[in-house]
Design a protein around this ligand. Structure first.
Ligand SMILES: [Zn+2]
Length: 200
């Protein structure tokens, strides 16, 4: 131990420890993750996040009050959550056929992102975590569900699912959001959303 490192009080002790260990948070455990992420994935994440943010600003929000609060018309403070369902119902239904015809997006219909399922029994016995095939989207709402699933399932780290598959789904998800923008940007129902999206 160096002479100037004698721990006379806690502050000095921390400073001494700091010479060897302070600010050395572990990050090596995640070093391979960045190499998995492409620029397109970042663009997808960021665009998706901006969609949700603009949806909240434009009052496409979940009513997350309890059943009783809703029934009684109570005022309650809850987490702000984007409501994709109400958003989807206002999007022109022709979006589904546009997606079916698009060579980039058709994977969303023909081979949609799988669902991550778990079987639960008795007193919280979590069992049989598995990927399950999803039904082909039948509506615009189903397509939005797909995009959320893609966002949630990225980087899951299961070797059996090839990363090319992730890239294909991300590309389709991003392209789908572009179709959505194309379909709504001139619509009166989405003026507030479009303004909120473009907040820069
Ligand atoms: Zn497309």
């Amino acid at each position: 131990m160096r002479l100037n490192c004698i721990p006379q009080d806690l502050r000095i002790a921390l400073a001494c420890v700091g010479n060897v260990g302070r600010h050395t948070m572990h990050s090596s455990y995640r070093e391979d993750i960045a190499s998995l992420a492409s620029e397109e994935m970042f663009e997808f994440f960021a665009t998706f996040a901006r969609f949700e943010y603009a949806m909240k600003r434009a009052k496409f929000l979940e009513d997350s009050r309890t059943k009783k609060q809703k029934k009684d018309g109570d005022t309650a403070e809850v987490n702000a959550r984007a409501n994709w369902n109400t958003f989807a119902t206002l999007v022109d239904k022709s979006l589904l056929s546009t997606v079916k015809k698009c060579s980039v997006c058709k994977v969303l219909i023909e081979d949609p992102a799988k669902r991550h399922r778990v079987t639960i029994s008795g007193e919280k016995n979590f069992d049989t975590l598995q990927w399950q095939d999803a039904d082909a989207p039948q509506s615009v709402n189903d397509l939005f569900l797909q995009v959320r699933r893609i966002r949630n399932s990225l980087f899951h780290g299961e070797k059996s699912v090839h990363s090319n598959r992730d890239a294909e789904l991300v590309r389709a998800g991003l392209h789908f959001l572009d179709h959505v923008w194309e379909a709504i940007h001139d619509s009166d129902s989405f003026t507030e959303f479009v303004d909120a999206f473009d907040y820069l």
